[in-house]
Design a protein around this ligand. Structure first.
Ligand code: GDD
Ligand code: MN
Length: 378
C-alpha cells in the first residue's frame, strides 16, 4: 500500500505543478505588455542564417526574407556556412547574383564548429541595430519582422522571438504530435513574456539588440540552445526577452521516426544544458522572471524524474500484489486514454517527459553541440 501511495503522491505532484503553472499563466495572456510601443518603428536589421547542408531549402529561406513586408533597404542578410558538403554555398552565390537589390553576404567557415560558433562568426559581419537569427528550415509569416521589431521601440526590450507552428505534410504523424504540443507551448511563451520574459526562444526567429549581444560576448558555444540562453542572459540583466503572438514562424517537422526522435532528443539536451546553467542565476533574476525561470528549470530538469519515480513505485507496488489504490491509479490512467482529446494531450506529454529523461542521461556522453543534419523529407 505504501508504494501505491508513493506512486499517487509523486504522480499528483508531477501533474499538478505544470497544470497549476499553466492555469496561472493563462491569467496573464490578456494583460498589457507594460511597454511603450511605437507601431511604426522599423530599425535597421541584420538577419543571420546559419547553414550546414541546406542546399534543398536555402533558396526558399532567402526568398522568404526578401518577401517580408519590411523595406529591403533596412535589412541585410549574412549567411554563415560551416563547410557544407552539398551545394549550399553555390545556391547562395547564385541567389545573390540574381538579387542585387538585397544586401547578402556569404561567410564561409573552413571548419564546422557548430551553430553557436557560426553565429559568433556571423556577429562580426553584421551592422544592423537588431540581429535576427533565422534557421534555414523555417519560414516566417510575411509580417513577422514588422510585427516583432516594433517591440524594440521600447528600450527595455532586449530580445524578441516569434511563436511557432509546425509544418510538414504528414499531419497525422509527427506534425500532429507537434500541433498538440504547440498550442500549449505558444500560450506559455507569450504569458511568461507578459509577466517579464520567457527563457525559451525559437531559433526559427530570434531577434536581439546587437549592442547587448556584443556586450555579453556573443553566444555561449557550450550551450546548444544558443538562442534561449542569450535571451535568458538578457532577461537576467534586466531587459525583457519576449515571445510575441503577432510574429509567427513555421518549422519543418522531420518525417521519419528515426529523425523525429533524434531531433526531439537533441533539442531536449540543448534545453537541459541551458537550464542547468541558468538555474545557478535564479536568485539574481529580476522579480517576475525569477519565478518563471525557476519553474521552467524545475519542469525541464526535475519534473520528468518525478514521473519516472512514480512509474517505478507503481510498478513495484504490483509486485506486492494489486491493492484498491494501485488498481484505481491504473483505471484513472485508462480513463484518460479512453477519451480522444485527453489521450492526445496525455500521450504528447508523457512522450515529452520520456524524451527529457532520456536526454538528460544521454547528455552525459554527448552534448551534441555539433549535430547530424536531419533530412526533413526522408
Ligand atoms: N553554420 C552552421 N554551422 N550552421 C549550422 C550548423 C553548423 O555547424 N549546425 C546547424 N546549423 C544550421 C542549420 O543549417 C539550420 O539552419 C540551423 O542551424 C538550425 O539547425 P537544425 O538542425 O535545423 O536545428 P533544430 O531545428 O533541431 O534546432 C533549432 O531550433 C532549436 C529550438 O528552437 C536550432 O536553432 C536550435 O539552436 C534551437 O535551440
Ligand atoms: Mn530545424
Amino acid at each position: 500500500m505504501l508504494l501505491g501511495l508513493a506512486a499517487l503522491v509523486l504522480g499528483l505532484t508531477h501533474f499538478t505543478v505544470p497544470l497549476s503553472y499553466y492555469e496561472y499563466l493563462k491569467g496573464f495572456l490578456k494583460k498589457p505588455w507594460g511597454l511603450k510601443i511605437d507601431e511604426e518603428y522599423s530599425p535597421s536589421l541584420s538577419v543571420i542564417v546559419p547553414t550546414y547542408n541546406e542546399s534543398a531549402i536555402i533558396e526558399g529561406r532567402l526568398e522568404d526574407i526578401k518577401n517580408q513586408s519590411y523595406s529591403v533597404e533596412k535589412l541585410d542578410i549574412v549567411v554563415v556556412d560551416s563547410a557544407s558538403v552539398d551545394s549550399t554555398v553555390d545556391v547562395v552565390r547564385e541567389w545573390i547574383s540574381r538579387n542585387p537589390d538585397v544586401g547578402v553576404e556569404l561567410v564561409e567557415e573552413p571548419v564546422r564548429k557548430g551553430k553557436a560558433s557560426a553565429l559568433n562568426t556571423g556577429l562580426k559581419h553584421v551592422n544592423g541595430d537588431i540581429v535576427v537569427l533565422a534557421d534555414a528550415d523555417s519560414l516566417w509569416d510575411r509580417f513577422a519582422l514588422r510585427e516583432a521589431l516594433k517591440y524594440f521601440s521600447d528600450p527595455s526590450v532586449g530580445a524578441v522571438t516569434s511563436i511557432k507552428e509546425p509544418s510538414g505534410t504528414n499531419r497525422n504523424g509527427y506534425v500532429g504530435i507537434e500541433l498538440t504540443y504547440r498550442s500549449f507551448y505558444n500560450t506559455i511563451r507569450v504569458a511568461e513574456s507578459k509577466i517579464h520574459s520567457t527563457p525559451v526562444f525559437n531559433g526559427e526567429f530570434a531577434a536581439f539588440r546587437r549592442d547587448l549581444l556584443i556586450k555579453m560576448g556573443g553566444f555561449s558555444s557550450d550551450i546548444g540552445a544558443d538562442d534561449s540562453h542569450a535571451a535568458t542572459l538578457m532577461a537576467l540583466g534586466g531587459h525583457r526577452a519576449i515571445a510575441v503572438p503577432e510574429a509567427q514562424a513555421f518549422e519543418l517537422v522531420p518525417r521519419s521516426r528515426k529523425f523525429y526522435f533524434a531531433w526531439r532528443v537533441r533539442r531536449a539536451k540543448h534545453l537541459i544544458q541551458h537550464f542547468s546553467k541558468a538555474l545557478k542565476w535564479v536568485s539574481r533574476a529580476p522579480s517576475g522572471f525569477r519565478g518563471v525561470l525557476f519553474t521552467e528549470s524545475f519542469l525541464h530538469l526535475v519534473n520528468p524524474w518525478i514521473l519516472v519515480s512514480a512509474f517505478v513505485a507503481l510498478a513495484a507496488s504490483f509486485f506486492e500484489g494489486p491493492t484498491p489504490l494501485n488498481v484505481a491509479i491504473i483505471l484513472a490512467v485508462a480513463a484518460i486514454l479512453a477519451v480522444k482529446r485527453t489521450r492526445k494531450i496525455f500521450s504528447a506529454w508523457i512522450l515529452n517527459q520520456a524524451i527529457l529523461a532520456y536526454s538528460a542521461i544521454s547528455s552525459i556522453w554527448s552534448k551534441e553541440l555539433v549535430w547530424r543534419k536531419i533530412d526533413h523529407w526522408k
